[in-house]
Design a protein around this ligand. Structure first.
Ligand SMILES: [Fe+2]
Length: 284
């Protein structure tokens, strides 16, 4: 039986004591940062043991990761638009060449699974994100995954489908592999194509770079903030645990998208009907 409490640095982040002053202090800190630029990092969130345990689990499963090598994608991870010019953001396709260990390889009994399903964590995250309640994302392939970025690989500029992501750096790149983002580059009702184009053209005036360390927890509002992971220039893999949560129960990803990103779908995806989990009309 995994002692999930031992995975988290509870003396610094007492997430299982919602009435404690420290809990409230941490929540307020995250809320403030998220409202400012859509990103907040809790350093050393995982204990040394927790980090080692979860990172080892990922290392052991790396060979089973699905790699969509050297694929070209636009920032919307969607099709181009023939009605627009060649250099329109919808028609600029960039390299995306990393892989994912999918949720089915991190099933019940793993440290990653225990952490993801621990209810106090979900309550804490909901408070930080100003959500009434968070649910486990019901997608059996992608609700909790490890992103594997091998030497030479990159995940270029893009927006996320989800409003927010929760990630834990398990192992950083020795060189490169930096997380960069442009806070609030698009709005709920405006794609802000001109601003997106500027970043794609190399304008770094609004670009921020994070100095993440292994064991850090990162909150990120990736639906509105363009972001990327730069090329891994080291000689070891960069590993990142990604947990997804939803604001309603029973949500799964679309069959096409899950197949494209993770190389497989299940019966659950075949049965899924219509678009889910959208409160805007953005391109994706
Ligand atoms: Fe992303």
């Amino acid at each position: 039986m995994t002692k999930v409490e031992n995975l988290i640095n509870l003396s610094k982040y007492p997430i299982n004591e919602p009435d404690s002053p420290q809990f409230k202090k941490v929540v307020n800190h995250v809320k403030n940062e998220l409202s400012q630029d859509g990103c907040s990092v809790l350093s050393d969130f995982l204990t040394d043991w927790g980090l080692e345990s979860i990172a080892n689990e990922a290392e052991q499963r790396k060979d089973q990761a699905y790699y969509s090598e050297s694929k070209l994608c636009n920032v919307y991870l969607a099709k181009g638009n023939p009605k627009e010019s060649k250099d329109h953001p919808q028609n600029v396709f960039m390299e995306r060449s990393n892989g994912f260990i999918t949720a089915d390889f991190l099933s019940e009994g793993t440290f990653s699974y225990s952490l993801y399903h621990w209810e106090p964590l979900r309550v804490f995250l909901a408070k930080c994100l100003s959500k009434q309640k968070l649910y486990i994302y019901e997608d059996p392939v992608s609700n909790m995954i490890v992103n594997v970025c091998k030497p030479g690989q990159t995940f270029n500029w893009h927006f996320d489908t989800n409003e927010f992501t929760i990630t834990y750096l398990l192992k950083g790149a020795k060189s490169g592999g930096c997380f960069e983002y442009v806070p609030n580059l698009r709005l709920k009702d405006d794609e802000c194509f001109d601003e997106v184009k500027k970043v794609l053209d190399g304008d770094r005036s609004r670009v921020k770079r994070l100095d993440l360390r292994s064991g850090d927890l990162q909150f990120f509002l990736g639906r509105y903030s363009l972001h990327r992971v730069t090329h891994n220039n080291g000689n070891t893999d960069r590993l990142l645990l990604i947990q997804s949560f939803t604001e309603a129960p029973g949500i799964v990803g679309s069959k096409e998208r899950v197949k494209d990103l993770y190389g497989k779908v299940t019966e659950v995806h075949n049965k899924r009907d219509g678009e889910q989990n959208r409160n805007d009309n953005l391109l994706d």
